[in-house]
Design a protein around this ligand. Structure first.
Ligand SMILES: Nc1nc2c(c(=O)[nH]1)N[C@H]1C(S)=C(S)[C@@H](COP(=O)(O)OP(=O)(O)OC[C@H]3O[C@@H](n4cnc5c(N)ncnc54)[C@H](O)[C@@H]3O)O[C@H]1N2
Ligand code: MOO
Length: 342
C-alpha cells in the first residue's frame, strides 16, 4: 500500500472502499476496493474531499484481478461468444450464436482446481440462444501471482478455449409414423405434431411424412429411400416395445443402420433407439415421447441436430439424473433431468 496524490492516481488501484455522502441522495461506497482510478474519477474524488489516496503497490510478478479475469476469459471464449465489461474483477460471457454449448469439463475442473481462480459455466450440452449467458469468471484475491495465471493459460487459452457452441446443422427430417391403427385411420395421429414442434424449436423442418403401418420391410425400405434421397435425419415413431406388431427396431436394423443404442437409462424413454445409416441419424421414438412432457428425446435431439456424436457411453451416463420427476409444472431444462450425464 502506498499514498499518492489523487491528481496523480490515474491507473492506480484503490485499497479500500471510498464512501460518498450526499444528503438526501446517497450514502454508499462511490468507489470500491480494487477500482482502477480513471481520469473522469479525479474530479469526483476531489469533490469527496479526497486529496490523497491509498493505492496498491504492485509487486513484480503480481496481476490485478481485472487482468487475471481477462486471462480467464481468454481461456473460455471462442468466436461465437462475446465478453461483457470487467466489473469488480468479474467477466461474463454471452452467446452470439445459438446451438449446443460444449464445455471441456476436464480442463474446466483442472483450472478450478488451481485455487484462487474460478470459472462457472452453464451445464455442458445446454441449448443456448442468442445473448444467453454462458459463463462467469474471476480471480478470488485482489491481486494474483502471474505464475498462477500462466498455469491457467497452459491449460486453456484463446487458441484452445474451454467453451464452444455447436450450431444446429441439420435442417430437414423424414418422419415415418408407424402403427396400422394410424395408417388405417382408426385413430388420429397425435404423435407427429409433438415431434414436429420439438424439431421446429431447433430449426428442423419435416420435409416428408409417411404413414408406414407395421410392415417391417416397408419401414426398412422407407428409411433407405429417405437416406438415398438426401434426407438429413429419419425419425420413426412408435412400435418400439415388445408387442408382436412393434417392428421399428427390426426395421431400423434391416435398413443397415448402425445401432448406437436400443434402450436408454432414462424414464420416460427406456425404449429409445439411436442409429446412423452412413452419417444420417435414424431414431426410433417410443410411445412415451408422444404423451410425456419431456423424455430422452429432449436430451438427445439437440446434440443430434448439432451433429455432436453420441456414443453408447454418453447415453449410459444419462442414468444418473435420468428419472424425470413429472413435476406438475415442468421446468426442464432448469431441473436435474439428464443433468447427471453432462
Ligand atoms: N411388456 C412391455 N410393455 C411395454 C414395455 C415393455 O418394455 N414391456 N415398454 C413400455 C414403454 S417404456 C413404452 S414407451 C411403450 C413403447 O411404446 P411403443 O413405442 O411400442 O408404442 P406403440 O406400441 O406403437 O403405441 C403405444 C400407444 O400409442 C399409440 N400410438 C402410437 N403411435 C401413435 C400415433 N402416431 N398417434 C396416436 N397414437 C399413437 C398406440 O395406438 C398405442 O395405444 O411400451 C410400453 N409397454
Ligand atoms: O421407452 Mo418408455 O419410454 O420409458 O416410457
Amino acid at each position: 500500500m502506498k499514498l499518492v496524490r489523487t491528481v496523480d492516481a490515474v491507473g492506480q488501484v484503490l485499497c479500500h472502499d471510498l464512501t460518498q455522502i450526499i444528503v438526501g441522495v446517497s450514502k454508499d461506497a462511490r468507489f470500491r476496493k480494487g477500482h482502477v482510478v480513471r481520469e473522469e474519477d479525479i474530479p469526483v474524488l476531489l469533490s469527496m474531499g479526497k486529496e490523497n489516496l491509498y493505492v496498491w503497490e504492485f509487486e513484480e510478478g503480481m496481476l490485478h484481478e481485472n487482468e487475471g479475469a481477462e486471462i480467464l476469459c481468454q481461456a473460455c471464449m471462442n468466436s461465437s461468444m462475446e465478453q461483457g465489461p470487467v466489473k469488480e474483477g468479474k467477466i461474463e460471457l454471452k452467446a452470439t450464436q445459438e446451438g449446443v454449448l460444449e464445455v471441456d469439463t476436464k480442463r474446466l475442473l483442472a483450472i478450478n482446481s488451481l485455487g484462487n481462480v474460478m470459472i462457472a459455466t452453464r451445464a455442458n450440452h445446454s441449448v443456448v440462444r442468442l445473448n444467453d449467458k454462458l459463463a462467469g469468471m474471476r480471480v478470488i484475491p485482489l491481486v494474483i501471482d502471474a505464475g498462477q495465471m500462466k498455469k491457467v493459460s497452459a491449460i486453456a487459452d484463446a487458441s484452445n478455449p474451454l467453451l464452444s457452441i455447436h450450431p444446429f446443422l441439420i435442417k430437414d427430417c423424414t418422419l415415418l409414423v408407424t402403427g396400422s391403427e394410424v395408417s388405417k385411420n382408426l385413430i388420429t395421429d397425435t404423435f407427429s405434431p409433438v415431434v414436429e414442434q420439438k424439431l421446429k424449436e431447433l430449426g428442423v423442418v419435416v420435409t416428408e411424412k409417411i404413414y408406414t403401418g407395421d410392415d417391417q420391410a416397408f419401414i426398412a425400405t422407407s428409411i433407405k429411400k429417405a437416406v438415398a434421397g438426401g434426407s438429413s435425419m429419419v425419425i420413426c415413431t412408435g412400435g418400439m416395445s415388445v408387442d408382436p406388431d412393434d417392428r421399428t427396431p427390426g426395421a431400423i436394423k434391416e435398413s443397415g443402420a448402425n445401432i448406437v443404442t436400443y434402450g436408454a437409462p432414462v424414464l420416460p424413454g427406456a425404449m429409445f433407439l439411436i442409429s446412423y445409416l452412413g452419417d444420417v441419424p435414424v431414431l426410433g421414438l417410443p410411445g412415451c415421447v408422444m404423451y410425456a412432457k419431456r423424455t430422452v428425446f429432449d436430451l438427445a435431439l439437440p446434440r443430434i441436430v448439432a451433429r455432436i456424436p453420441l456414443s453408447g457411453d454418453d447415453i449410459a451416463k444419462w442414468g444418473n439424473g435420468g428419472l424425470c420427476l413429472q413435476c406438475p409444472v415442468c421446468h426442464f431444462p432448469n431441473c436435474n433431468f439428464g443433468m447427471g450425464g453432462i
